[in-house]
Design a protein around this ligand. Structure first.
Ligand SMILES: Nc1ncnc2c1ncn2[C@@H]1O[C@H](COP(=O)(O)OP(=O)(O)OP(=O)(O)O)[C@@H](O)[C@H]1O
Ligand SMILES: C[C@H](N)[C@H](N)CCCCCC(=O)O
Ligand SMILES: [Mg+2]
Length: 224
């Protein structure tokens, strides 16, 4: 079973697009791949009028294994804001146990599980819990999505250092070209390639209408 935790340089870095593209790349080698939005903040009614999070719906569309919502999105908070505040406003406390339990159930059915975080690495889930704590509890290798724009070099290095300090391996990184007007993108990519110390798994071009099917991946050997 392959599992990984997708984090980003920030919210809006392109984690959902990258996670969907990663699911599709994994599906070329494995039959049952499933995405998980462990903690979602922000919900809208879906086509059947059920409340759902848009990242969860996108991950579902890129998965080959259909599972109940309690497994691919164990924590759904209505308000689109930092999860610790959304949870407070919903009158709930985010805890690890139900998320770990849902992940175990997914891992028992799937060949590959891609878990998307929320925002960046140190985003709070509660007064005492962060996204990093969740990734550590899951004991998953991490994929870092770098939203390629001015400022991302600092965010990428800080995040890579924090991931390694947590004891988890950085399995690779994905560039998502979120800013079509960025100056010297190739020079920035060159620096990240040399300094992040992990393989570039995919370089997602800027797309007016982002579609995960447009991605070319180089998966780590153990994921093929
Ligand atoms: N390569 C790209 N080209 C164009 N737009 C992109 C690209 N990557 C991401 N985007 C857009 O940037 C916006 C933010 O991306 P996205 O929602 O995937 O971020 P995220 O990291 O998943 O954030 P969150 O923390 O909310 O989960 C979206 O509208 C997305 O479609
Ligand atoms: C609501 C949003 N789309 C994300 N899911 C949550 C982003 C939290 C960011 C918190 C922060 O770092 O300030
Ligand atoms: Mg997302």
């Amino acid at each position: 079973m392959i599992g990984c935790f997708v984090t980003g340089t920030d919210t809006g870095a392109g984690k959902t697009l990258a996670s969907c593209a990663l699911l599709q790349a994994l599906a070329q080698h494995h039959g049952r791949v499933v995405g998980m939005k462990a903690v979602a903040a922000g919900a809208e009614p879906d086509s059947q009028g059920h409340w759902a999070n848009e990242d969860t719906l996108a991950l579902r569309a890129a998965s080959t294994l259909a599972v109940p919502p309690a497994l691919d999105n164990p924590v759904l908070l209505p308000d689109p804001m930092s999860p610790h505040i959304a949870a407070q406003r919903a009158g709930v406390e985010v805890t690890l146990a139900p998320i770990l339990d849902a992940y175990r159930q997914l891992a028992a059915q799937a060949d590959a599980v891609v878990v998307e975080g929320a925002g960046g690495w140190l985003v709070p889930l509660s007064e005492t819990l962060s996204i990093a704590d969740l990734a550590v509890a899951l004991q998953l290798p991490v994929v870092l999505v770098v939203g390629l724009k001015l400022g991302c070099l600092n965010h990428a290095m800080l995040t890579a250092n924090a991931i390694r300090a947590s004891g988890l391996p950085l399995a690779g990184w994905i560039a998502s070209r979120v800013d079509p007007d960025m100056l010297v993108p190739e020079e920035n990519m060159d620096w990240l390639r040399r300094k992040l110390g992990a393989p570039l798994l995919a370089d997602l071009p800027w797309q007016a209408e982002p579609d995960p099917r447009n991605a070319q991946f180089t998966l780590p050997k153990e994921w093929q």
